[in-house]
Design a binder for this molecule. Structure first.
Ligand code: FES
Length: 164
């Protein structure tokens, strides 16, 4: 019986990695699925950070330089946010139905940063993700990796203010 290759451990126990792992498994951990895999990471987290890219490289058995090369070549990929804080508003179906657009608008209006942008003082980066794995808490936001559920614009702005 062939031995199963040992897969590296995910960067964290965040359940979004389960979705990404399922995606890689479906593609047989093939290197040609790199772009699709990076898409799935960005959809889940809103951006690609170093730990994510290292993990994807190890899982797909690709050099890290290749993963960086692809991630930086395509403008649709967003690397780690520049701001000191990151606000990832989930705009997946469940969150969208429950008002995610009003959260994005409120943050943009208050901070002048649209999704994919960082405030001029580098205080806050605003991002969107397609599902952060907390649909029961829709609309959900991940603020500096803390999941905030059932957010209203006022609540979210207050949470961001607390970061100051
Ligand atoms: S759609 Fe937002 S958490 Fe799933």
């Amino acid at each position: 019986m062939a031995l199963q290759p040992v897969r590296p451990a995910a960067p964290s126990d965040d359940k979004r990695w389960k979705l990404i792992n399922a995606n890689m498994r479906r593609n047989g951990y093939a290197g040609h699925a790199l772009i699709e895999t990076l898409h799935s990471v960005q959809s889940a987290f809103g951006f690609l950070d170093t730990a994510s890219m290292r993990y994807v490289a190890a899982c797909l058995d690709l050099p890290l330089s290749k993963v960086y090369g692809v991630a930086t070549f395509y403008h649709l990929f967003m690397l780690e946010p520049k701001g000191h804080h990151a606000c990832v508003v989930c705009t997946g179906t469940a969150c969208y139905i429950k008002g995610a657009a009003s959260l994005v608008q409120a943050v943009e209006k208050r901070y002048g940063a649209a999704p994919g942008e960082t405030t001029s003082d580098n205080h806050l980066s605003v991002l969107t993700a397609r599902c952060v794995g907390a649909c029961g808490l829709a609309p959900a936001v991940v603020l500096d990796r803390n999941v905030l559920g059932k957010q209203t614009p006022a609540e979210l702005l207050a949470r961001i203010e607390e970061l100051a």
